[in-house]
Design a protein around this ligand. Structure first.
Ligand code: HEC
Length: 196
Protein backbone atom coordinates (compact mmCIF):
# COMPACT_ATOMS: atom_id res chain seq x y z
CA UNK A 1 0.00 0.00 0.00
CA UNK A 2 2.74 2.48 0.91
CA UNK A 3 4.26 2.15 -2.54
CA UNK A 4 1.06 3.29 -4.15
CA UNK A 5 0.72 6.36 -1.98
CA UNK A 6 1.94 9.46 -3.72
CA UNK A 7 1.77 11.35 -0.54
CA UNK A 8 0.29 10.65 2.80
CA UNK A 9 -1.50 13.91 3.42
CA UNK A 10 -2.42 13.40 7.01
CA UNK A 11 -4.24 11.20 9.39
CA UNK A 12 -6.97 11.17 11.96
CA UNK A 13 -6.86 13.42 14.95
CA UNK A 14 -3.91 15.43 13.69
CA UNK A 15 -5.80 16.32 10.60
CA UNK A 16 -5.98 20.08 10.12
CA UNK A 17 -6.02 22.51 7.23
CA UNK A 18 -2.69 23.88 8.43
CA UNK A 19 -1.01 20.49 8.17
CA UNK A 20 -2.47 19.94 4.74
CA UNK A 21 -1.35 23.34 3.54
CA UNK A 22 2.12 22.87 4.95
CA UNK A 23 2.52 19.60 3.11
CA UNK A 24 4.38 20.27 -0.14
CA UNK A 25 2.41 23.48 -0.63
CA UNK A 26 -0.56 21.42 -1.79
CA UNK A 27 -3.17 23.92 -0.61
CA UNK A 28 -5.70 22.44 -2.97
CA UNK A 29 -5.84 19.33 -0.80
CA UNK A 30 -7.56 21.51 1.75
CA UNK A 31 -10.29 22.18 -0.82
CA UNK A 32 -10.69 18.50 -1.62
CA UNK A 33 -10.87 17.79 2.10
CA UNK A 34 -13.55 20.42 2.69
CA UNK A 35 -15.58 19.13 -0.24
CA UNK A 36 -15.28 15.53 1.00
CA UNK A 37 -16.30 16.53 4.51
CA UNK A 38 -19.36 18.30 3.15
CA UNK A 39 -20.41 15.32 1.02
CA UNK A 40 -19.88 12.90 3.89
CA UNK A 41 -21.93 15.08 6.26
CA UNK A 42 -24.79 15.51 3.80
CA UNK A 43 -24.84 11.83 2.90
CA UNK A 44 -24.91 10.69 6.53
CA UNK A 45 -27.51 13.29 7.54
CA UNK A 46 -29.85 12.29 4.75
CA UNK A 47 -29.48 8.62 5.52
CA UNK A 48 -29.89 9.06 9.27
CA UNK A 49 -32.94 11.28 8.73
CA UNK A 50 -34.66 8.73 6.52
CA UNK A 51 -33.73 5.89 8.85
CA UNK A 52 -35.03 7.64 11.99
CA UNK A 53 -38.27 8.62 10.29
CA UNK A 54 -38.87 5.07 9.11
CA UNK A 55 -37.98 3.56 12.49
CA UNK A 56 -40.43 5.87 14.26
CA UNK A 57 -43.27 5.61 11.77
CA UNK A 58 -43.09 1.98 10.67
CA UNK A 59 -40.69 0.02 12.89
CA UNK A 60 -37.37 -1.77 12.56
CA UNK A 61 -38.46 -4.47 10.10
CA UNK A 62 -39.59 -2.01 7.46
CA UNK A 63 -36.53 0.20 8.06
CA UNK A 64 -34.36 -2.68 6.83
CA UNK A 65 -35.77 -2.39 3.33
CA UNK A 66 -35.28 1.39 3.48
CA UNK A 67 -31.59 0.87 4.32
CA UNK A 68 -31.34 -1.62 1.52
CA UNK A 69 -32.73 0.81 -1.05
CA UNK A 70 -31.83 4.26 0.23
CA UNK A 71 -28.18 3.72 1.19
CA UNK A 72 -27.04 2.41 -2.22
CA UNK A 73 -29.24 5.01 -3.99
CA UNK A 74 -27.59 7.84 -2.04
CA UNK A 75 -24.15 6.40 -2.80
CA UNK A 76 -25.03 6.47 -6.50
CA UNK A 77 -26.46 9.98 -6.23
CA UNK A 78 -23.21 11.34 -4.77
CA UNK A 79 -20.94 9.36 -7.10
CA UNK A 80 -20.81 11.88 -9.94
CA UNK A 81 -18.02 13.50 -11.98
CA UNK A 82 -15.77 10.46 -11.52
CA UNK A 83 -16.13 10.55 -7.75
CA UNK A 84 -16.80 7.27 -5.91
CA UNK A 85 -18.75 7.39 -2.65
CA UNK A 86 -19.21 4.22 -0.61
CA UNK A 87 -19.83 2.95 2.89
CA UNK A 88 -17.34 0.27 3.87
CA UNK A 89 -16.82 -1.93 6.90
CA UNK A 90 -14.46 -4.57 8.27
CA UNK A 91 -17.63 -6.61 8.90
CA UNK A 92 -19.92 -5.69 6.00
CA UNK A 93 -23.62 -6.48 5.76
CA UNK A 94 -23.83 -5.70 2.07
CA UNK A 95 -21.15 -8.03 0.68
CA UNK A 96 -21.19 -6.54 -2.82
CA UNK A 97 -20.87 -2.86 -1.80
CA UNK A 98 -19.51 -2.79 1.72
CA UNK A 99 -16.20 -4.64 1.36
CA UNK A 100 -13.16 -2.39 1.80
CA UNK A 101 -10.22 -2.16 -0.62
CA UNK A 102 -6.73 -2.72 0.79
CA UNK A 103 -6.31 1.02 1.43
CA UNK A 104 -9.73 1.28 3.06
CA UNK A 105 -9.06 -1.77 5.22
CA UNK A 106 -5.78 -0.30 6.50
CA UNK A 107 -7.58 2.90 7.51
CA UNK A 108 -10.46 0.99 9.14
CA UNK A 109 -7.95 -1.11 11.12
CA UNK A 110 -6.26 2.07 12.30
CA UNK A 111 -9.60 3.68 13.28
CA UNK A 112 -10.52 0.56 15.27
CA UNK A 113 -7.18 0.42 17.03
CA UNK A 114 -7.46 4.04 18.11
CA UNK A 115 -11.08 3.62 19.20
CA UNK A 116 -10.10 0.66 21.37
CA UNK A 117 -7.29 2.78 22.85
CA UNK A 118 -9.89 5.35 23.92
CA UNK A 119 -10.11 7.92 21.10
CA UNK A 120 -13.63 9.08 20.25
CA UNK A 121 -14.65 7.56 16.91
CA UNK A 122 -16.76 10.53 15.85
CA UNK A 123 -13.64 12.67 15.34
CA UNK A 124 -11.73 10.19 13.18
CA UNK A 125 -11.00 10.97 9.59
CA UNK A 126 -8.30 10.21 7.07
CA UNK A 127 -7.09 11.80 3.86
CA UNK A 128 -4.43 10.76 1.39
CA UNK A 129 -3.53 11.21 -2.24
CA UNK A 130 -2.58 8.10 -4.15
CA UNK A 131 -2.24 6.65 -7.61
CA UNK A 132 -3.52 3.44 -9.12
CA UNK A 133 -4.09 2.06 -12.62
CA UNK A 134 -7.08 4.41 -13.05
CA UNK A 135 -5.16 7.57 -12.20
CA UNK A 136 -4.52 9.89 -9.25
CA UNK A 137 -7.04 10.16 -6.46
CA UNK A 138 -7.79 12.14 -3.37
CA UNK A 139 -9.13 9.69 -0.83
CA UNK A 140 -11.10 10.72 2.23
CA UNK A 141 -12.62 8.52 4.93
CA UNK A 142 -14.69 9.30 8.00
CA UNK A 143 -15.47 6.83 10.77
CA UNK A 144 -19.13 5.95 11.46
CA UNK A 145 -19.67 5.12 15.15
CA UNK A 146 -22.74 3.28 16.41
CA UNK A 147 -25.46 5.17 18.27
CA UNK A 148 -28.13 3.53 20.44
CA UNK A 149 -30.61 3.23 17.55
CA UNK A 150 -28.12 1.32 15.38
CA UNK A 151 -27.95 -1.59 17.78
CA UNK A 152 -31.42 -2.90 16.96
CA UNK A 153 -29.93 -3.97 13.59
CA UNK A 154 -26.18 -4.12 14.32
CA UNK A 155 -26.00 -4.94 18.04
CA UNK A 156 -25.46 -8.11 19.99
CA UNK A 157 -27.86 -11.06 19.92
CA UNK A 158 -29.96 -9.71 22.81
CA UNK A 159 -30.30 -6.24 21.18
CA UNK A 160 -31.86 -7.57 17.98
CA UNK A 161 -35.40 -8.91 17.94
CA UNK A 162 -36.08 -12.39 16.54
CA UNK A 163 -38.12 -11.02 13.63
CA UNK A 164 -35.36 -8.55 12.67
CA UNK A 165 -32.77 -11.33 12.87
CA UNK A 166 -34.90 -13.49 10.59
CA UNK A 167 -35.36 -10.70 8.04
CA UNK A 168 -31.65 -9.88 8.03
CA UNK A 169 -30.77 -13.54 7.54
CA UNK A 170 -33.11 -13.67 4.55
CA UNK A 171 -31.93 -10.41 2.91
CA UNK A 172 -28.25 -10.76 3.83
CA UNK A 173 -27.30 -14.43 4.17
CA UNK A 174 -23.60 -13.54 4.58
CA UNK A 175 -24.25 -10.71 7.06
CA UNK A 176 -21.27 -9.95 9.32
CA UNK A 177 -22.53 -6.61 10.66
CA UNK A 178 -23.78 -7.67 14.09
CA UNK A 179 -22.27 -7.86 17.57
CA UNK A 180 -21.44 -4.17 17.89
CA UNK A 181 -21.46 -2.19 21.13
CA UNK A 182 -22.26 1.49 21.58
CA UNK A 183 -19.63 3.90 20.21
CA UNK A 184 -17.77 1.22 18.29
CA UNK A 185 -16.89 1.83 14.67
CA UNK A 186 -19.51 0.31 12.38
CA UNK A 187 -17.59 1.36 9.27
CA UNK A 188 -16.66 4.46 7.36
CA UNK A 189 -17.78 6.59 4.51
CA UNK A 190 -15.14 6.48 1.79
CA UNK A 191 -14.91 9.14 -0.92
CA UNK A 192 -12.50 8.98 -3.83
CA UNK A 193 -12.21 12.07 -6.01
CA UNK A 194 -10.13 12.10 -9.21
CA UNK A 195 -7.25 14.57 -8.79
CA UNK A 196 -7.16 17.10 -11.59
C1 HEC B 1 -33.37 -1.04 10.47
C2 HEC B 1 -32.10 -1.70 10.57
C3 HEC B 1 -30.86 -0.85 10.59
C4 HEC B 1 -30.55 0.13 11.46
C5 HEC B 1 -31.37 0.68 12.61
C6 HEC B 1 -29.22 0.57 11.10
N1 HEC B 1 -28.75 -0.14 10.03
FE1 HEC B 1 -26.92 0.00 9.17
N2 HEC B 1 -27.46 -1.31 7.76
C7 HEC B 1 -28.70 -1.94 7.68
C8 HEC B 1 -28.79 -2.62 6.42
C9 HEC B 1 -30.00 -3.42 5.94
C10 HEC B 1 -27.58 -2.40 5.74
C11 HEC B 1 -27.18 -2.89 4.36
C12 HEC B 1 -27.60 -1.82 3.36
C13 HEC B 1 -27.22 -2.15 1.95
O1 HEC B 1 -27.70 -3.17 1.44
O2 HEC B 1 -26.43 -1.40 1.37
C14 HEC B 1 -26.76 -1.58 6.61
C15 HEC B 1 -25.49 -1.17 6.28
C16 HEC B 1 -24.76 -0.29 7.03
C17 HEC B 1 -23.44 0.19 6.67
C18 HEC B 1 -22.67 -0.10 5.35
C19 HEC B 1 -21.65 -1.16 5.46
C20 HEC B 1 -22.24 -2.55 5.46
O3 HEC B 1 -22.16 -3.19 6.52
O4 HEC B 1 -22.81 -2.99 4.44
C21 HEC B 1 -23.04 1.02 7.66
C22 HEC B 1 -21.72 1.77 7.75
C23 HEC B 1 -24.12 1.07 8.63
N3 HEC B 1 -25.13 0.26 8.22
C24 HEC B 1 -24.10 1.84 9.77
C25 HEC B 1 -25.21 2.02 10.59
C26 HEC B 1 -25.23 2.96 11.70
C27 HEC B 1 -24.07 3.81 12.15
C28 HEC B 1 -26.49 2.92 12.21
C29 HEC B 1 -27.06 3.79 13.30
C30 HEC B 1 -27.02 5.23 13.07
C31 HEC B 1 -27.23 1.92 11.46
N4 HEC B 1 -26.42 1.42 10.48
C32 HEC B 1 -28.53 1.57 11.74
C33 HEC B 1 -29.68 -1.91 8.63
C34 HEC B 1 -29.73 -1.01 9.68
Amino acid sequence: MQGRMLERVCMGLFFTGAVLGANAGEDRYAEYTEESRKISQEFMQQLAGTLKQQLESAGTESAISICKEVAPALARQYSVDGRIVRRVSLKPRNQSMGRPSLEEKAVLDDFDERQRAGSPAAAMEHAAAYQDAQGRWFHYMKAIPTQPLCLQCHGKQQDISASVRALLAKEYPADQAVGYGLGEIRGAISIRTPLK
